[in-house]
Design a protein around this ligand. Structure first.
Ligand code: FAD
Length: 769
């Protein structure tokens, strides 16, 4: 094809602007005309929520290029407020309406690139045509939302939809100190990942004061006296000054349909790997097109900026005979939700199940970097892989740091067709501030290949929940951790005691082992397996168990259960009043005795610190602990509930930290605690038999109880007193009767006999042996 081409582009943002710039780099001669119906080109739509939230204060920062700067740099004829309304494929012309002057004209093309994007979905809900019900797609939408937010009269907003834009908008509005209700139709937010992984996101929303409705729809919206009355499917009505609709986008295909181009099964424009539509002179890129899923091979719609930019470049390449091809989309994405990030790549478990693709999964919860270096935070990572070959199929992660790096590595691994075995060998950069000598990605590789190699079998939450009496559920965490919650029916033998207490476990039963995150469970499994027990380790441990149950809860996950009352009177780190703070209950008389800095420790580290420090406090005294592990915010309410201590404050702080203040309560304040940790932990045994075997049995039971942390008292009476008699007692004055009894009774344990099968002392000798 000649280089003196006339190329017309429809849409001047991600895909369109990318294509235009690449075209010019490939040909100085080409005539390039870019039509954009809005006022701006090449603006940062991904940055729109952050300008509303105030994180990007300067609006002009969002304008990456202006028509003039684009002309100067790339010599592209940019025409804004110019809408392309039709395509004549025979004449190779587009019809354009200038929205400012209403002038209608045509432009000829040799090649046409469509990058019209996607439009927000607006369901037929009565009342959506209201000035205060808005969607967010471009600068004009952002300006309209910001105008309402900036007027200072807005106290409450409703965000509908918990996807990327909904989450970012909820955070942005909250950052502006507006009360936010987020309404989501599905049973989880961020539907592209699996429900148990979304729980951390839901918890973040709740921690930051967002009222979350799952499995709920908006039925109608009415306006009365300037206030929106948002009617929910739950029957509740929420009053708000603004409602942002963010329930998804659909490909903008009006032009393509009108021109008779093929539309695919998912509703996007059909293209080949060179981004050509069914008309070879017309290319389509970005949110408007359907792509092949890289892992599953099925058709998919993935409205993300990365694919749009790459596709724009590939279309330009092909116009100038370059051999670039688009190699499918794997859905790599990330979203910031207050203090954490949530990211994923490849297919989710839901999707693998739906497509009938066999998979195995593991969960790990390692630190983002070396735990001893400040700022380490727990990452929760789920890895999905082929159970036979170990080929990586998908990954999801949440955490306060390092999520992007791990998801990016795994995205490359998927793209390169790597297996979990390869992950073990990846040489990744390491110094304490950045990672660990065994990076979470290596670690995921170790865990997953252990499963494939048969070094350890894993079980999942559904196995534990469905376990019957033929299965032992073994908790190998410490007793302090158990106080923060446990699995019903589990036997607790801390890992370090396991070797000495193997005899307590029935070899004929399968054992499902768990710890907090999976590592100690793995070690326990290795001990058990090598001692002839059949066992499986709960992947992800109690943390994943809790998240899975929370995700399945019919009432939706209530992850911050003790946050009943909300007041806005808590002072933050900096001494300023933190408007986002939540006061649970003041118990203001409590004297603050100590502040613990547990930053850098991952759960259960902060909880263990509190447990230790609590022992030194008097009832009524309190301590504050500051931690930077988001898991802490979820664990501490459960720990307080279990121990009976009072959580008075749980406050998000600057820098992704959380401060919890806990008042020590006397055991009587918590019947569960009194019973579990005091009464049951103080055991008294009455030993009234003088039979050697019964005496031995009572000592064995007493030792077992002491090993479980109980304080045991043994009270000897009647014949049991004989065991305590000394063989050479000091001389004492006794009556005749007392002396007679003394002569008849055995003197000390050595003289006791068996209750049965004494066999002239042989039975006794054997049991002593
Ligand atoms: P767009 O960038 O939307 O551009 C399409 C343009 O075409 C529009 O400006 C439109 O006015 C114009 N147009 C449409 N029809 C016509 C016509 N007939 N004539 C003339 N002009 C027309 N993606 C990420 O990967 N990460 C993020 O963090 C992220 N955040 C986002 C936040 C928000 C608020 C939004 C709205 C999107 C976000 N995205 C994000 C998605 C990303 O912006 C899109 O995937 C990407 O912009 C798609 O590029 P595109 O060229 O297909 O469409």
């Amino acid at each position: 094809m000649s280089e003196k081409q006339r190329i017309v582009i429809v849409g001047g943002v991600a895909g369109g602007a990318s294509a235009a710039a690449r075209l010019r780099r490939l040909s100085e001669d080409a005539e390039i005309i870019l039509f954009e119906r809005g006022d701006y080109i090449s603006f940062a739509n991904c940055g729109l929520p952050y300008h509303i939230g105030g994180v990007i204060p300067e609006r002009k920062r969002l304008l990456v290029q202006t028509p003039q700067s684009f002309k100067n740099r790339f010599n592209v004829d940019v025409r804004v407020h110019s809408e392309v309304t039709s395509i004549d494929r025979v004449l190779k012309e587009v019809t354009v309406t200038d929205r400012k002057t209403d002038r209608v004209y045509t432009e000829r093309y040799d090649s046409l690139i469509l990058s019209p994007g996607a439009e927000p979905v607006k369901p037929p809900i009565p009342g959506l045509d209201n000035d205060n019900v808005l969607t967010l797609r471009n600068m004009a939408d952002m300006d309209a939302i910001k105008k309402i937010v900036d007027c200072n009269a807005l106290s409450h907003a409703v965000v509908v939809g918990g996807g990327y834009i909904g989450l970012e908008m909820a955070e942005a509005l909250r950052e502006r100190n507006i009360d936010v209700t987020l309404v989501e139709l599905a049973d989880q937010v961020f539907n592209v990942i699996d429900p148990e992984m979304a729980v951390a996101v839901q918890q973040q929303l709740q921690l930051h004061g967002i009222k979350l409705y799952l499995k709920t729809s908006v039925d109608s919206v009415e306006q009365e006296g300037g206030v929106l009355h948002v009617q929910l499917s739950t029957g509740e009505t929420i009053q708000a000054g603004l409602m942002v609709m963010a329930i998804g986008v659909k490909p903008e295909t009006t032009l393509a349909k009108k021109a008779g181009l093929e539309i695919g099964e998912r509703g996007g424009i059909s293209v080949n790997e060179r981004m050509q539509t069914t008309d070879p002179a017309i290319y389509a890129v970005g949110d408007a097109v359907e792509v092949n899923d890289f892992v599953g091979g099925f058709k998919s719609l993935v409205p993300l900026a990365g694919p749009a930019n790459r596709q724009g470049r590939i279309a330009a390449d092909h116009i100038f005979d370059r051999a670039s091809v688009y190699r499918d989309t794997q859905g790599t994405g990330i979203c910031k939700v207050f203090d954490i990030a949530v990211g994923m790549t490849g297919l989710s478990e839901k999707m693998l199940g739906r497509m009938g693709i066999p998979y195995e999964k593991i969960y790990i919860h390692p630190a983002s970097h070396a735990g001893y270096y400040p700022g380490a935070a727990q990452i929760s990572l789920k890895l999905l892989f082929d159970p036979e070959s170990g080929k990586i199929l998908g990954a999801q992660a949440t955490g306060a740091g390092g999520v992007d790096k791990r998801i990016d590595i795994l995205a490359v691994a998927i793209r390169a067709g790597l297996t979990v075995h390869d992950l073990k060998d990846l040489e990744l950069c390491y110094a304490p501030p950045f990672g660990s000598a065994k990076d979470p990605v290596n670690y995921a590789g170790f865990v997953a290949s252990n499963v494939i190699n048969g070094d350890v079998s894993v079980c999942h939450v559904e196995d534990v929940v469905g376990a019957n009496g033929d299965i032992i559920i073994l908790d190998v965490r410490t007793s302090a951790e158990v106080m923060g919650g446990t699995i019903a029916g589990a036997v607790n033998i801390p890992l370090d005691d396991l070797r000495g207490r193997l005899g307590e476990l029935d070899k004929n039963k399968e054992i499902l082992v768990y710890c907090q995150v999976g590592l100690r469970g793995y070690l326990a499994c290795r001990i058990l397996t090598q001692n002839g027990y059949q066992c499986r380790n709960l992947t992800g441990g109690y943390k994943t168990y809790k998240a899975t149950l929370a995700a399945q809860s019919p009432s939706g996950p209530d992850l911050v259960p003790t946050m009943e009352a909300s007041s806005r009177e808590i002072t933050s780190d900096s001494g300023e009043v933190d408007e986002r703070s939540k006061t649970i209950n003041t118990e203001s008389q409590a004297t603050l005795v100590k502040t613990i800095d547990a930053c850098g420790l991952q759960c259960p580290g902060p909880v263990m610190e509190i447990n230790n420090e609590m022992a030194n406090l008097q009832p009524g005294e309190s301590l504050t602990v500051v931690a930077d592990d988001p898991g802490f915010a979820a664990d501490i309410p459960a720990w307080c509930q279990s121990t009976g201590h009072k959580l008075t404050h749980l406050t998000p702080q600057a820098g992704g930290k959380y401060a919890a203040t806990i008042v020590k309560r006397p055991p009587a304040a918590c019947p569960a605690l009194a019973e579990s940790s005091q009464a049951v932990k103080q055991k008294t045994m009455v030993v009234f038999s003088g039979d050697f075997d019964k005496l031995m049995a009572s000592f064995i039971i007493a030792n077992g109880a002491a090993a479980m942390g109980s304080k045991v008292t043994m009270f000897f009476t009647f014949w049991g007193l004989n065991a305590l008699r000394k063989s050479n007692p000091p001389s004492m004055k006794k009556t005749f009767i007392e002396r007679m009894f003394g002569l008849m009774m055995p003197r000390g344990a050595d003289k006791l006999t068996m209750s049965q099968m004494n066999m002239g002392g042989m039975g006794l000798a054997m049991i002593k042996g």
